[in-house]
Design a protein around this ligand. Structure first.
Ligand SMILES: Nc1ncnc2c1ncn2[C@@H]1O[C@H](COP(=O)(O)OP(=O)(O)O)[C@@H](O)[C@H]1O
Ligand SMILES: [Mg+2]
Length: 248
């Protein structure tokens, strides 16, 4: 069974159609890169998968959970709670809780979503900070950390609930190249460990090296999908050619 299946998704804002029939399948252990010009609907797609946005038509499944187009009923609270445990999200702007230390940021999901004890959550959070190379930064608040360090804390926080999949929305776009490399290194390690991920990115070299599948999105549609060597070396769609010529 595929881990994430998006079928004929349609999302509108007022009269504007933002996603116009998007279908996407992500297998367990797969890294899917979503690339394409700004405004194409990449963030909106991730937000729909994480139930941060309702949608007008189509459906989304994450393992055994199913989100339907907005009908009379909103998704049940229980469904949303289960989805939050299955999907971690990492944003361009890190979105850490500013008043909490790095350790507290990583602990809060297990404490409040999973109901873990303080001791268990702390032990797990220390392990995760070590995994992202920040074992000595547990007591630091976000404003005491560099952008690259904050993003690595955000990744540790996303991992803390042991999600089935993690969605990354341009995780390195706000970082200078050296810090971007630190963060991409962590994402690469996760890929090697078999973590299922969807990564929206402009880092083409990374997409080429780490992704199993690349999906090119433009004007609310996926115009081309395939393994990176095919999409990058033999692009079939004008949008892909144009996009690659500007990013390489
Ligand atoms: N809340 C909103 N209301 C109206 N339009 C929106 C809203 N959010 C996004 N859009 C529009 O949807 C389109 C896709 O946006 P987005 O998903 O952010 O694209 P990307 O992430 O590929 O740059 C853009 O034209 C954007 O202006
Ligand atoms: Mg975006």
């Amino acid at each position: 069974m595929s881990m994430i299946v998006v079928t004929d998704l349609v999302k509108k804002h007022g009269k504007a159609t933002i996603l116009n029939g998007v279908s996407l399948r992500v297998e367990r252990g797969e890294v899917a890169a979503v690339v394409g010009p700004s405004g194409g609907g990449k963030s909106t797609l991730l937000r729909c998968i994480n139930a941060l946005e309702p949608f007008e038509a189509g459906s989304i499944s994450v393992e055994d959970l199913r989100l339907e187009a907005e009908g009379p009923a909103k998704p049940a609270k229980q469904l949303l709670l289960e989805l939050r445990r299955k999907i971690g999200m990492v944003f361009q702007q890190f979105n850490l809780f500013p008043h909490m230390t790095a350790l507290q940021n990583v602990m809060c999901g297990p404490r409040y979503v999973l109901g873990h004890s303080y001791t268990q959550a702390e032990c797990n959070a220390r392990e995760l900070l070590k995994r992202v190379g920040l074992q000595d930064k547990g007591a630091s608040r976000p404003d005491q950390l560099s952008g690259g360090q904050q993003q690595r804390v955000a990744i540790a926080r996303a991992l803390a609930v042991k999600p089935s999949a993690i969605l990354f929305d341009e995780p390195t776009s706000a970082l200078d190249p050296r810090m971007a490399d630190e963060v991409l290194g962590v994402i690469n390690d996760l890929a090697k460990s078999g973590q299922t991920m969807i990564v929206v990115t402009h880092a083409m070299r990374f997409a080429r090296q780490v992704a199993n599948q690349v999906h090119v999105m433009s004007a609310g549609q996926i115009v081309e999908s395939g393994p990176p060597e095919t999409v990058f070396n033999e692009p079939r769609h004008d949008v892909t050619r144009e996009f690659l010529s500007r990013t390489n």
